[in-house]
Design a binder for this molecule. Structure first.
Ligand code: IFM
Length: 441
């Protein structure tokens, strides 16, 4: 049977500045917390850094040509805040603005619509040193940066995402300590989460006041908890976690609330001001990002425990496409998101490049088809989804794992910086052209 998508459905690919640009200290760019984190021994596998990455800063014209050859109509990328404001605030670095101006113009010339994420984790180190996300004043610095970008690019860029995965920023960066800046305080993590959503709302108003036709959202990595053990202890844990992982971000923005259960059960929860909730409660779309279910058994959750019934990706994550359907339905029903865009979905596998330059990545192709099938099912059941962006356009720097996991539809040979379209890239291109795919169910 044919699985079809609407003709106005937005297909695209995604990347992020730190993961692909390189040029970490060129043309006046300031240091980010991820530069500092990578340059400090012991944080990243094999001591990989983002110093060169995919060298996209210099190779963007050829990358855009490649996208064009794959019929990709939309491209989501992020702006590096320290490239624009080397110290996070104060003087603007014109070279940084020039780079993104050229990038946007080249995309538009190639017929590709730009989608900008303002914050994909590379906070200027200077702002971290001044107190970082747990301090409320940073929400003003972020708003100024958002205004600067809207003034510079808003005549050509209509789609904006304030934050990428605020859960990851808050909990992996400030509580688990495994991502930059490597802190381990639950209180600072919850304060960070609150300020990120406040900064989202302030930036929303600021961008709209400059370009009222801008469409603005943020992206959330929905944590879908799956009670594998079907036990009571796990059910209780999930009931709380669902609110802490998803509710504290989605409720303020979509519903104008903060989850009561977090305020009641967690002494580290922030103080919530009703006026702040009004500011946070603004969006045009919310991006959902889904990779896998969080499996729970015996009251314990895990990202990467080897539960044997699931096939696992190179990240150790279980392949659970039905969870994608359930996550989208929860966005639509529980959180009543009025326009949902899948801003990331994809998988990493141990790819090999053949001598002829091919990558036969069957696992990634199956993952793509299985997830698109569940997405279509959610749309059939009423979820208002208007787009799908594959993560990632090309292989890139996968945070603490460095360059080992490959998520791209395009293979990057990091030695030569040559790009090769994988079979999954050809498949995605065909799906876009045919607005769907044939499958056997
Ligand atoms: O590479 C990341 C991306 O930066 C944010 N979302 C998840 C991806 C895969 O881990």
């Amino acid at each position: 049977m044919k699985i079809s998508f609407p003709s106005n459905f937005k297909w695209g690919v995604a990347t992020a500045a730190f993961q692909i640009e390189g040029a970490w200290n060129e043309d006046g760019k300031g240091e980010s917390i991820w530069d500092r984190f990578c340059h400090t021994p012991g944080h990243i596998e094999r001591s990989d850094t983002g110093d060169i990455a995919c060298d996209h800063y210099h190779r963007y014209p050829e990358d855009i040509k490649l996208m064009q050859s794959m019929n990709i109509p939309n491209y989501r990328f992020s702006v590096s805040w320290p490239r624009i404001y080397p110290n996070g605030k104060g003087a603007v670095n014109q070279n940084g603005l020039d780079f993104y101006n050229k990038l946007v113009d080249t995309l538009l010339k190639a017929g590709i619509e730009p989608w900008i994420t303002l914050y994909h984790w590379d906070l200027p180190q200077a702002l971290h040193d001044e107190g970082s996300w747990p301090e409320r004043k940073i929400t003003d610095y972020f708003t100024t940066y958002a205004e600067t970008m809207a003034k510079a690019l808003g005549d050509r860029v209509k789609n904006w995402m304030t934050f990428n995965e605020p859960w990851v920023v808050s909990f992996m960066g400030y509580h688990e300590g495994v991502f930059a800046p490597g802190e381990t305080s639950e209180k600072r993590a919850l304060q960070t989460a609150y300020h990120l959503m406040l900064a989202h709302g302030k930036a929303y108003s600021a961008i709209k006041s400059i370009h009222s036709d801008a469409r603005i959202g943020f992206t959330h990595n929905y944590l879908h908890y799956h009670n594998l053990g079907r036990d009571e202890k796990s059910a209780q844990l999930i009931n709380y976690k669902q609110h802490e992982s998803n509710g504290i971000f989605l409720e303020p923005v979509s519903l104008g609330n903060y989850p009561e259960i977090v305020l009641e059960q967690n002494a580290n929860a922030p103080t919530v001001h009703p006026d702040d909730l009004k500011v946070m409660n603004q969006y045009d779309f919310i991006g959902i990002q889904y990779y896998f279910d969080v499996l729970v058994a015996n009251g314990e959750w895990s990202f990467d425990k080897p539960f044997p019934i699931y096939k696992r990706t190179e990240m150790g994550w279980p392949v659970t496409p039905v969870g994608f359907y359930e996550s989208i339905m929860s966005f639509a029903t529980e959180y009543q998101v009025k326009d949902i865009i899948v801003t990331e979905n994809g998988s990493a596998w141990p790819d090999t490049l053949s001598p002829e330059g091919n990558v036969f990545d069957d696992d990634r192709q199956h993952y793509l088809i299985d997830h698109l099938y569940q997405l279509r099912r959610a749309m059939d059941d009423g979820a208002p989804v208007s787009g799908y962006f594959a993560w990632a356009f090309m292989d890139n720097f996968e945070w603490k794992h460095g360059y080992r996991p490959r998520f791209g539809l395009v293979y990057v040979d990091y030695g030569s910086q040559k790009r090769h379209i994988k079979e999954s890239g050809h498949l995605f291109s065909k799906i876009i052209q045919e607005k769907g795919f044939e499958c056997i169910v």
